[in-house]
Write a protein that binds this ligand. Structure first.
Ligand SMILES: Cc1ncc(COP(=O)(O)O)c(C=O)c1O
Length: 381
């Protein structure tokens, strides 16, 4: 996601974390003061308590805090590929970490196109992309909406492959009533500050129903040790910081309400923007409970509209402007424009409008009015 400034520097920013700090500040200060007075800075009480509370939130028996979401993906992938590596199917329309982690864990990425209306992997696209050496699939619940985990789970089970959930943008999302992070063989969460559940720095977690996986991940992320100075394998240092865990505990208590607020604000945008220009509004799939990490519209006038909004002090964004298969990092792989057309179409037309739980109705209405005005004044209405 790159460098991000979450300070209020435009009249309606894409994300304004300062409003959370205003309401939660005293409780966060108390939580941090407790960590300091306990002096348990590494793997302290707050880490254990957060892991218990977050595993309950996700509805799984195991949660292991790690240093960030990329590590959560990579470490889970190392476990999943500990006996057999091979080709891993990853959507092209995602943040680079979803693919990066596969290479770091010793696998080979094959980029897969996405559904143009949701920007998600579908069972049909995964089936089409499957090769003889496919060992697993990374299902990215992009923008706050889950993939069809029922069908993807069935597909992977039938073919003897594993399924990893990338839940970095989907804390609290559900599919057929079951939470993100509870479907796959393992799941990875990011607590990057702007996420639906964000720390005041980096943080991440692996969740799983599998106790062997949980034990391995816990050991690997802490130098491979089972107890002090007993290392059963080489691992590394990827621990959730105790200060961050203390902050996350305070915020977790509000996550469900924040997600409700995001959904309500998204509905207001959708009402306001119905039939405006060539805007295509977000689609919530059957069975999905969207948590609107981002409110993403598509339009053929994306770049001009983005500039127009920026000039009016509205902080819109693009997630993401270039699909992974066309990134310079993968230039040597022989992939060309046109290879994954839906991902390219989404990347060329998507626009994320300001959305955060504390946003006011009048701010949603102001952004909506400006968008209407753009289409009216340019004659694209
Ligand atoms: C879809 C997705 N996966 C993985 C990550 C990586 O998380 P982190 O930044 O915590 O390493 C992000 C974060 O931006 C993300 O959006």
């Amino acid at each position: 996601m790159g460098e991000c400034n979450f300070m209020k520097n435009s009249s309606i920013p894409l994300v304004d974390l300062s409003r959370q700090v205003e309401t939660l500040g005293p409780r966060i200060n108390d939580a941090l003061a407790r960590v300091i007075s306990n002096g348990d800075f590494i793997h302290g009480k707050a880490v254990k308590a957060f892991e218990e509370e977050f595993s309950e939130f996700v509805g799984v028996p195991h949660c292991i805090g790690v240093a960030n979401g990329t590590d959560a993906l990579e470490i889970a992938l190392r476990w999943l590929m500990r006996e057999r590596t091979g080709t891993v199917l990853v959507p092209s329309m995602t943040f680079i970490a979803s693919a990066e982690a596969v290479g770091l864990a010793g696998g080979r990425v094959k980029f897969v196109d996405v559904d143009p209306s949701t920007a998600l992997l579908t069972p049909e696209l995964v089936t089409k992309a499957w090769t003889n050496d496919t060992v697993g699939v990374v299902a990215v619940h992009l923008w706050g909406q889950m993939c069809d985990m029922e069908e993807l789970s069935r597909l992977c089970r039938e073919r003897g492959a594993w399924l990893l959930e990338d839940c970095a943008q989907a804390h609290g999302a559900r599919f057929r009533g079951r939470p993100a992070g509870s479907w796959g063989d393992a799941a990875a969460f990011s607590f990057y500050p702007g996420k639906n559940l964000g720390a005041f720095g980096d943080g991440g977690a692996v969740t799983t129903n599998n106790s062997t996986c949980a034990d391995w991940v816990r050991r690997y992320a802490n130098h491979g040790r089972s107890k002090k100075y007993l290392h059963e394998m080489e691992g590394r240092n990827s621990r959730l910081d105790t200060m961050q865990a203390a902050i996350l505990r305070v915020k977790l208590a509000h996550l469900s309400d924040w997600n409700i607020s995001r959904r309500r604000l998204a509905e207001r945008y959708s009402e306001n923007l119905k039939g405006v220009g060539d805007l295509v509004l977000p689609v919530t799939r059957d069975g999905a409970e969207h948590v609107f990490h981002l409110f993403v519209v598509t339009t053929s006038h994306r770049d001009a509209l983005l500039d127009y909004l920026a000039n009016q002090g509205i902080g819109a964004g693009v997630h993401y402007p270039c699909p992974l298969h066309l990134q310079p990092a993968y230039a040597g792989w022989g992939l060309c424009p046109g290879d994954l057309p839906a991902s390219e179409g989404v990347a060329n037309s998507c626009l994320s409008l300001p959305l955060f739980p504390e946003m006011r109705d009048d701010e949603i209405d102001t952004v909506s009015l400006m968008i209407r005005e753009y289409f009216r004044s340019t004659g694209h209405a």
